[in-house]
Design a protein around this ligand. Structure first.
Ligand SMILES: Cc1cc2nc3c(=O)[nH]c(=O)nc-3n(C[C@H](O)[C@H](O)[C@H](O)COP(=O)(O)OP(=O)(O)OC[C@H]3O[C@@H](n4cnc5c(N)ncnc54)[C@H](O)[C@@H]3O)c2cc1C
Length: 265
């Protein structure tokens, strides 16, 4: 796959992809014959994602390589369901690569969300901030090199590097848990710097699992929650609406979903 560039020096690259939409459907049909019908397979994969029948979805997966600032990796590693292997600064010298936010990303602290950002700062202030981050980072790397020159071991010299330095990891994760990661990290409450990685992964993943990822977007990421009263109101009208089949004759999967909704509520 072709890597997608993220932030100023980062990227995501899919090193290996396990399965595809057809394979997910085949896995779900372990007890029955393969349908051989792509439309039936697509409907099945959509239902699996929608109804959270997670184990067949876990048969899809990705191994990816990610270059990201250390502070992004710290958030990333909270996702316990994948396997990580990180570039070792004990084994190899740190890369002289660090993150400097774009001027428009130099935003004020939000006053109503303690974890959030507000409007972009004035461009002159933003340039000063970028300049300071740049100088601080260069200075830290020069200290790091001095400590190495003095004979200090790499595993301790790295202590002077700030968390905007880039690190590199390999991450292996199954499709179900990767969609969970996207749900949390593409959300507007997630920090911008991890959100842009999640968005890049989403695009690459959709190119390979178009049906599963579309079902995720439709039924999980952008789902709408209704109260029981609202659902009953709609369901009653749907069951009474004899025109429904005619209107949705070209969209059998939406028709069956709405009929199911009517029966359930
Ligand atoms: C917007 C945002 C703000 C955040 N702020 C903070 C913060 O201020 N401080 C902080 O420390 N963290 C913070 N986090 C991290 C957050 O608390 C989670 O640790 C992180 O998002 C991983 O979520 P997860 O546990 O669902 O994912 P994963 O670790 O990938 O787990 C996936 C799912 O597997 C199940 N699971 C995994 N491990 C276990 C287990 N041991 N026992 C039972 N079930 C398990 C759970 O159902 C879990 O949802 C934040 C995350 C987001 C998205």
């Amino acid at each position: 796959m072709t890597a997608i560039k993220v932030l100023d020096h980062g990227y995501v690259d899919f090193v290996r992809i396990d399965g595809d939409d057809e394979f997910l459907a085949q896995t779900a049909r372990t007890s029955t014959q393969s349908s051989g019908d792509p439309q039936k397979d697509a409907n099945l994969v959509t239902r699996l994602v929608r109804d959270r029948h997670t184990s067949p979805i876990e048969f899809g997966g990705v191994v990816m390589e990610i270059a990201m600032p250390i502070f992004v990796a710290r958030q990333w590693m909270r996702h316990r369901t994948g396997a990580f292997n990180e570039f070792s600064m004990r084994y190899t010298e740190a890369m002289d690569v660090f993150y400097v936010p774009e001027p428009e990303r130099c935003q004020a602290q939000s006053t109503f969300n303690k974890q959030g950002s507000a409007e972009s700062l004035d461009i002159m202030v933003a340039q000063e901030i970028r300049h300071r981050i740049y100088n601080q980072s260069i200075g830290a790397y020069s200290e790091y090199k001095k400590l190495l020159d003095l004979g200090l071991t790499r595993e301790l010299a790295r202590a002077v590097l700030p968390v905007n330095y880039y690190t590199k990891v390999r991450w292996k994760i199954d499709l179900h848990n990767l969609m969970h990661f996207l749900l949390l990290r593409e959300d507007s409450h997630a920090q911008y710097e991890i959100r842009v990685y999640a968005e890049a992964i989403h695009r690459m993943l959709k190119a390979h699992f178009p049906i599963a990822v579309t079902a995720f977007e439709n039924h999980i990421q952008n789902r709408v929650v209704l109260s029981r009263d609202a659902a009953t109101f709609l369901a009653e009208r749907m069951l009474d609406n004899y025109e429904l089949e005619e209107i949705l004759s070209g969209n059998p999967s939406l028709l069956s979903e709405l009929k199911e909704f009517g029966r359930r509520n």
